[in-house]
Design a protein around this ligand. Structure first.
Ligand SMILES: Cc1cc2nc3c(=O)[nH]c(=O)nc-3n(C[C@H](O)[C@H](O)[C@H](O)COP(=O)(O)O)c2cc1C
Length: 185
């Protein structure tokens, strides 16, 4: 089987794109001949690939669904998948996402952030409606919220960013393992 050819992503406000580009830089550092694995949007058709090449796919999370995953599966063979959301990272959340998105390859959850001013149209409306119950609950009695929920409320209200190359360590480690296997196939 061929080696991993690209990091394919779907991003709405830019956090997933940033992670994809950071991952491309991290993987370039690993390569003995400094070969670049490019980060490309899932909608990009400019790169010539053979059919269903192995890729790493990163998509932003919208109401529990990983956006772009359908197209990524149609065009490529995602061997590692990551979802980028605003939720605080936990094993349980990663597990639920993997279940909801029928993921049967190594899966990772990355915390991106919130850029409310960059939300437009349908997604803006959907986001505002989606977070309303939590914000109402917080107004009624913040002290009743768990610590995690309090942090989420602050993030929703004030925005924030958690993109950090350190968050990619587990994906880089998995890439190394999978590359070894693909080399031998
Ligand atoms: C309509 C909408 C629904 C969202 N649903 C979720 C969700 O279910 N879980 C989550 O963790 N984040 C959710 N988010 C937050 C985004 O996934 C988060 O802002 C992410 O970092 C966006 O990445 P991007 O900048 O690449 O678009 C939602 C955002 C919007 C606009």
């Amino acid at each position: 089987m061929a080696e991993i050819k690209a990091i394919v992503y779907e991003s709405n406000t830019g956090f997933t794109k940033k992670y994809a580009e950071l991952l491309s830089e991290e993987l370039e550092k690993l390569s003995p001949d400094k070969k670049k694995i490019p980060a490309i949007p899932v909608t990009d058709n400019s790169m010539i690939f053979g059919e269903r090449e192995p890729v790493i796919f990163l998509g932003w999370i919208c109401a529990g669904k990983i956006n772009g995953i359908r197209m990524a599966r149609l065009k490529y063979n995602p061997v590692i998948i990551a979802g980028v959301g605003m939720t605080l990272p936990s094993e349980l959340y990663a597990y639920r996402l993997a279940q909801q998105n029928n993921i049967d390859v190594p899966f990772f959850y990355l915390q991106g952030g919130i850029h409310r001013e960059k939300l437009k149209g349908f997604y803006k409306l959907m986001f505002n409606l989606g977070v309303r119950p939590l914000l109402r609950k917080a107004e009624k009695g913040r002290s009743q919220l768990s610590e995690g929920k309090k942090r989420l409320v602050d993030l929703i209200k004030n925005g924030g960013e958690f993109v950090d190359s350190k968050n990619l360590d587990d994906i880089v480690a998995m890439y190394k393992k999978i590359s070894e296997v693909l080399k031998d196939e």
